[in-house]
Design a protein. Structure first.
Length: 322
């Protein structure tokens, strides 16, 4: 089955005439083919195919078909998957230095986050990923995360009190929501919709991109534009595949990842402009009048999860980027 054909096996396939066989890669991600991740996966495949003159083609394994993001990252390490488009949610479990990107209220806005990730800091963190049996191709984007729930409008940290809130499997996020008074419940994304539907959790937090792609309005009434954390995306590849490539082929993957990030960010921009109206049209109550300062103050202790280990230098460098 194509899905489980590793890069190495495919690279070894040579046609009878000696020409390089077409190699089909699989890109795993958690969302629908129409989502910002799906558009990013399409752009990746298109650019890779164009640059390689058709030597590489590809297909998406969307919607968590191959498991949650943590499972897919493990798939890269054992070579059962070629490329993954993933939030940093579970990535800190593999590359702890990346936790710095998950700190609440660190990034001021989209320009700030993109300038950090496209600059020296982004490159340094990709290099850290490369030291952990993964290949970091590029940074892409999920967006600023907001709280949704089925119980009440959230305007202040007190409104979060006791709310059972699904978080990603990320200890910085869990600590932040615990500091804010919620009851954080880590869970892989493929389980989330049913958990919301059955009331196992009251709410969750994700960017507008994900709330709309996942139709969370079917199971959530309130969305509060807390923008409490920026959610970067890493485009990762299997070292087993990448080590089998020539320098020229590796260059095609780097370019494909850049094209993917650009397509995804364009869709994030579109949904930042049009998404709130879409959520309202679908019956959600959107709470916009939120004073973020008390949220930021209460979530501050979560920084220690990163700074106790690595100090404050990287945090300061990120804040200093214009
Ligand atoms: O909430 C998550 O787990 C992530 O934001 C998601 C939806 C899988 C996208 O990376």
């Amino acid at each position: 089955m194509k899905h489980f054909m590793t890069g190495l096996v495919a690279a070894a396939a040579i046609t009878a005439g000696g020409a390089q066989a077409e190699q089909s890669i699989v890109i795993g991600h958690a969302l629908s083919p129409q989502s910002h991740y799906g558009l990013g996966a399409d752009a990746f495949i298109e650019k890779l195919s164009e640059l390689s003159g058709g030597e590489f083609t590809g297909e998406q394994a969307p919607a968590g078909q191959l498991g949650g993001e943590r499972d897919m990252i493990e798939g890269l390490q054992i070579g059962s998957l070629d490329v993954v488009i993933t939030s940093t949610g579970p990535l800190g479990n593999f590359v702890p230095e990346v936790y710095v990107l998950d700190l609440p209220f660190l990034f001021r806005d989209y320009d700030h986050a993109r300038n950090v990730l496209d600059g020296d800091i982004g490159k340094e963190l990709l290099a850290k990923i490369d030291q952990n049996n993964l290949v970091g191709l590029a940074w892409s984007e999920n967006g600023f995360r907001h709280v949704t729930n089925s119980q009440r409008p959230v305007r202040t940290p007190e409104d979060l009190d006791g709310l059972k809130l699904r978080t990603m499997e990320n200890k910085v996020h869990m600590e932040a929501f615990s500091d804010l008074g919620a009851a954080p419940t880590p869970m892989a994304f493929p389980e989330l919709f049913t958990a919301l539907q059955q009331g196992v959790v009251d709410g969750q937090e994700n960017p507008i991109t994900v709330i709309s792609a996942s139709k969370f309005w079917e199971v959530q009434k309130y969305v509060s534009l807390t923008g409490h954390v920026y959610s970067p995306v890493a485009i990762l590849a299997s070292p087993i595949l990448l080590d089998s490539l020539s320098d020229e082929q590796r260059g095609w993957f780097d370019e494909a990842a850049k094209a993917s990030a650009a397509a995804t960010r364009a869709e994030v921009n579109r949904l930042e402009d049009e998404g709130v109206a879409l959520l309202r049209e679908n019956g959600m109550e959107v709470i916009t009048d939120i004073d973020k300062a008390p949220f930021a103050e209460l979530a501050e202790p979560a920084y220690a999860i990163y700074t106790d280990e690595y100090g404050t230098e990287m945090v300061d460098r990120i804040k200093a980027v214009e």
